[in-house]
Design a protein around this ligand. Structure first.
Ligand code: NAD
Length: 416
């Protein structure tokens, strides 16, 4: 049978597995399998050549039992409603496992930002916010950046929202630049949180991180910061990194400043000076201690999982591993730090951003990182202990922790 790579089918299959272990009430299970609410809309955008192009946009509010929906907005040519649904489901489990008082949501637009000018991107971002403004807000649903969206795009969206509503409400969106109410430490937060979980895993496996080898797929916000933090804070040897155009390798390790400098000039990591070229497939199969998928979904599949040599797979990307690959990796004894635990750092600092916006008083990066460390470490051990006590793999364990918490809120509200 062909492997099902539909991300929402995968998200539902993962929930089904957890529901079976939890012996979840069938009515609750049925409720948690589907998004509570979703919006599909067209965004007409005046392009630079004065023609109007219509883009399709989505916002999914998967579950808001524990608090307002929370989740990023992606701009991607291959965006689909099922990808957005899956990511919104994972946000629900992520905010629950991180134990922040938020639900799960996600948004997306089918577009190719690489082919758009800054002006076109601004008009698209404002159009997206106009389409969802009535349905988002501090107490309803709070968007953030994700693939191909950034603090500038958040600024345009914030401005559009506040212009429409006639008041300042910085907490409507997170991942903002600092002058507009952003939080210190937000940009590297996802990578930082992931590295804290890698540190905890390494302790459990008795693996010293100083000099430990690492490969990182994806060199955007998450991948590039993971490189910097792994190298500068933990002394790890990052031997390979990649982006959608291919990767680079050096057995003695890659300097983050050199790769970032090259990427800045060349627009891709390939051909970075003093490195060998490597494909994305080769990178995933390298003989390293730690593999960090930090790009897109479905990178570790039944086709390549048996060739993965890493001891730890730290899923900073969302959905990088298919269920078949999961089984193969678990059978090989690989320690998987599942996505919605590993990459929860972004949403945790987004939550800190909302808190700071609400009381109009701002914390410094040191305090943010201490509080992030505390939340990530607590979440990591809740999942690890669940995995030990129930004798299930770490992904199922993360689901058990998260689904229990969401189901409890749903039950207390009397929805099911
Ligand atoms: P980004 O757009 O900044 O970077 C994405 C990177 O992945 C780029 O280097 C791109 O070239 C690369 N890429 C795209 N397609 C690829 C392919 N087929 N093969 C190899 N590389 C490819 O995005 P980001 O914010 O760094 O997000 C990366 C992942 O982390 C996504 O799965 C996202 O959902 C997840 N994530 C991001 C955040 C956040 O705070 N930004 C939070 C949680 C999870």
């Amino acid at each position: 049978m062909k492997e099902n790579l539909n991300p929402f089918a995968i998200a539902q299959a993962q929930l089904d597995e957890a529901a079976a272990v939890l012996q979840l009430d069938p009515d609750m299970h049925a409720f948690l399998r589907e998004p509570t609410r979703e919006f599909h809309f067209s965004i007409p955008v005046r392009m630079d050549d004065s023609r109007t192009r219509t883009f399709r946009g989505f916002r999914v509010q998967y579950n808001d039992a524990r608090g307002p929906a929370k989740g990023g907005i992606r701009f991607h040519p291959d965006e689909t409603i099922d990808t957005v649904r899956a990511l919104a489901a994972w946000m629900t489990w992520k905010t629950a496992v991180a134990d922040v008082p938020l639900g799960g949501g996600k948004g997306g637009v089918i577009c190719n930002p690489r082919e758009m000018s800054q002006g076109e991107l601004e008009r698209l971002s404002r159009g997206y916010m106009r389409a969802i403004a009535r349905y988002v807000g501090l107490t309803k649903d709070v968007p953030a950046p994700d693939v191909n969206t950034n603090p500038q795009i958040m600024s345009w969206m914030l401005d559009e929202y506040e212009t429409l509503m006639g008041h300042r409400e910085p907490g409507v969106i997170t991942g903002k630049p600092l002058p507009l109410g952003g939080s210190a430490g937000r940009t590297p937060a996802t990578a930082m949180g992931g590295l804290f979980t890698i540190r905890e895993t390494a302790r459990l496996l008795d693996l010293g991180l100083e000099g430990a080898t690492c490969a990182i797929q994806g060199y955007g916000n998450v991948g590039s910061h993971a490189h910097e933090i792994a190298h500068n804070m933990f002394g790890m040897k990052v031997v390979a990194v990649s982006d959608e155009f291919g990767g680079v390798y050096h057995a003695n390790g890659l300097e983050p400043e050199v790769v970032s400098g090259h990427l800045w000039q060349a627009g891709k990591v390939s051909n970075c000076p003093d490195t060998e070229s490597i494909t994305n497939q080769e990178l995933l199969e390298l003989d390293v201690d730690i593999l960090i998928p930090a790009a897109i979904e479905n990178q570790l599949t039944s086709q390549n999982a048996d060739r993965v040599k890493a001891r730890i797979v730290a899923e900073l990307a969302n959905g990088p591993t298919t269920p078949e690959a999961d089984n193969i990796l678990n059978d090989k004894g690989v320690y998987i730090i599942p996505d919605f635990l590993c990459n929860a750092g972004g949403v945790i600092v987004s939550y800190f951003e909302m808190v700071q916006n609400a009381y109009q008083y701002y914390w410094d990066a040191k305090l943010i990182n201490e509080r992030l460390d505390q939340k990530m470490t607590t979440a990591f051990h809740a999942v690890h202990n669940m995995s030990r006590s129930k004798k299930v793999d770490t992904r199922v364990a993360a689901y058990l922790v998260a689904v229990n918490r969401v189901a409890e809120a749903v039950r207390l509200r009397g929805w099911v």
